[in-house]
Ligand binder design. Structure first.
Ligand code: CU
Length: 123
């Protein structure tokens, strides 16, 4: 026989458990993204070449060592400022294979024009 206290406990616990299930489902729905760190300084990115898989979700974690730089990857319509002391995140899931360049679009001195990198997307 279920007494009143047990019933009350169940009424409180059931929605809480359901909430946990919903929260877990929400986490599962978020695609797992591989993190790739890219550091910027005059006049290079490190690494200057990154390799990702076609359809792979990645998060680029961009940091600047010396001053503000830019990150622009026109092929995937991406751009961000990279500010010292801040980690800037850029997400992408490449839908095309090939070699795609990224470059600095914030003038940072002589050599700025050569500040670029390559993302290789392998099928
Ligand atoms: Cu620059």
């Amino acid at each position: 026989m279920i007494d009143r206290r047990t019933t009350l406990r169940w009424l409180i616990a059931a929605p809480a458990a359901a909430g946990l299930v919903v929260a877990a489902a929400g986490l599962a729905a978020e695609p797992a993204a591989r993190e790739i760190h890219i550091s910027a300084k005059r006049f290079e990115y490190t690494p200057s070449t990154i390799t990702v898989k076609l359809g792979e979700s990645v998060v680029l974690l961009l940091t600047a060592e010396d001053r503000i730089h830019g990150f622009k990857m026109p092929d995937f319509n991406l751009r961000a400022d990279i500010v010292p002391g801040v980690t800037t995140t850029v997400r992408l899931t490449p839908d095309r294979a090939g070699k795609f360049s990224y470059f600095c679009d914030v003038f940072c001195g002589d050599g700025h024009e050569d500040m670029e990198g390559t993302m290789i997307v392998v099928a």
